[in-house]
Write a protein that binds this ligand. Structure first.
Ligand SMILES: Cc1ncc(COP(=O)(O)O)c(C=O)c1O
Length: 405
């Protein structure tokens, strides 16, 4: 068999068979054979408002019929981009923020890195160009994001990466302190996920994020919270930083801002970064994308923000997360899991030695449940509209598949 014309993302290029998903409704998606699956991964960590929401489809259709696209390079703007930026700025745990818009998480990470370096440059510190990241962090696949990546295989084989990146082991605060002690005046920013998701679901250890903030403050570096997964309700607050008591200088977001209905990402840019960029009225920031502020994507985001508020979806996080955690810990007590870790509505279930998480995922597909294997972890990150009965179905299926494994 020859592979299909579509060269898939994060897939073996030689793979010939795929599961074709054709429809979705709330927490369920259907394949082209009509088989339903409970989507315990909210697609790829993003579909917080659930699939098939008519409210979002209507907002997209109305915007498409009014103005589908128009660019936002100076001097242009459009109402959905302005309204969305103001709404995000109003809820972000960042001092006096503005919002840059992109089309993906990777673009958001690259934007934040470029803004960090440019802000220091404008402030008269061009030598401040180092970016510090943590192992197991996933920061996307553009060259900036790849250079910040904490997942070694994702960095390999792509030739020279961007210079100026340093990585520390993710739970090793002493290693980060040593990097600051050695390179403090050269550090532009630290980038970290508040909870590392795609690297295997690792919450930060108690006190770690506050210590990172303190180091950045002491040495004049910016703190970038990569909230591509944590943003827009996953941890029960608009941004995970708020839930964890963190005030970053920039926040990158994507995914759940539109629940994936239209691709959109962005960066919340705080005062410390903005000020040097805005200081000279003649300065032109030569960064941004053709589709930054795309009206259709922004209309989809506004509809998702409305649903998040009107249905109080963030209040569902303790219910869903609590039920998941309790159920996963019960599986652990039965000896079917080695470790359970997570926060809010994102959990990682570590399979016992000798069990292959990918095989468990395959068996779960036959039971009509979608989770994501990451090394020895099964990630669970459901839509925030998942019912208790559906959470129980996911847990029951995991119990069955793990017992067989
Ligand atoms: C924390 C984080 N940052 C960045 C990205 C990259 O986002 P995208 O795949 O939209 O480029 C991801 C994707 O999973 C992510 O989890």
């Amino acid at each position: 068999m020859t592979p299909p014309a579509f060269l898939h993302p994060f897939a073996p290029p030689a793979a010939t068979s795929y599961l074709s998903i054709v429809r979705g409704e709330r927490s369920t998606v259907w394949d082209d054979q009509g088989r339903p699956y409970l989507d315990a991964m909210a697609s790829l960590w993003y579909c917080n408002v659930g699939h098939g929401r008519q409210e979002v489809a209507d907002a997209i259709a109305a915007q498409a019929a009014t103005l589908a696209g128009y660019h936002c390079f100076a001097p242009f703007t459009n109402p959905p981009a302005d309204v969305l930026s103001a709404r995000i700025a109003a809820v972000a745990p960042v001092d006096d923020p503005r919002v840059a818009l992109t089309c993906s998480g990777s673009e958001s990470v690259d934007t934040a890195i470029k803004l960090a370096r440019m802000a220091h440059e404008r402030a008269g510190q061009p030598e401040r160009d180092m970016i510090v990241s943590r192992s197991s962090g996933y920061h996307g696949v553009t060259y900036g994001g790849t250079s910040a990546q904490g997942i070694p295989p994702n960095r390999e084989g792509f030739g020279p990466l961007v210079p100026g990146f340093v990585q520390v082991p993710h739970h090793d605060l002493a290693a980060l302190e040593a990097v600051f002690a050695e390179h403090g005046p050269r550090i532009a920013a630290v980038i970290t996920e508040p909870l590392q998701a795609a690297g295997g679901v690792f919450p930060a250890q108690p006190g770690y994020l506050a210590a990172v903030r303190a180091l950045c403050d002491a040495h004049g570096a910016f703190l970038i919270a990569d909230e591509v997964v944590c943003g827009f309700g996953r941890l029960g607050t608009w941004f995970g930083s708020e839930h964890l008591g963190l005030r970053p200088d920039m926040i990158t977001f994507a995914k759940a801002v539109t629940s994936g209905y239209v691709p959109l990402g962005g960066v919340v840019v705080g005062k410390a970064v903005r000020e040097p960029l805005e200081a000279d009225a003649t300065f032109l920031l030569r960064h941004g994308h053709t589709y930054s502020g795309h009206p259709l994507a922004c209309a989809a985001a506004l509809a998702c923000l409305d649903l998040t508020e009107s249905e109080d979806l963030m209040a569902a996080v303790p219910r869903i997360g609590g039920r998941l955690e309790a159920g996963l810990r019960a599986l652990q007590h039965r000896g079917l899991l080695r470790e359970v870790r997570g926060d809010g509505a994102v959990w990682g279930a570590v399979v016992p030695d000798g069990v292959q998480a990918a095989k468990v995922r395959d068996r779960l597909l036959t039971l009509g449940v979608i989770v994501r294997p990451i090394n020895d972890v099964l990630a669970v990150c459901p839509p925030l509209v998942m019912t208790d009965a559906e959470v129980d179905q996911v847990l029951d299926a995991m119990g069955t598949a793990l017992a067989e494994a």
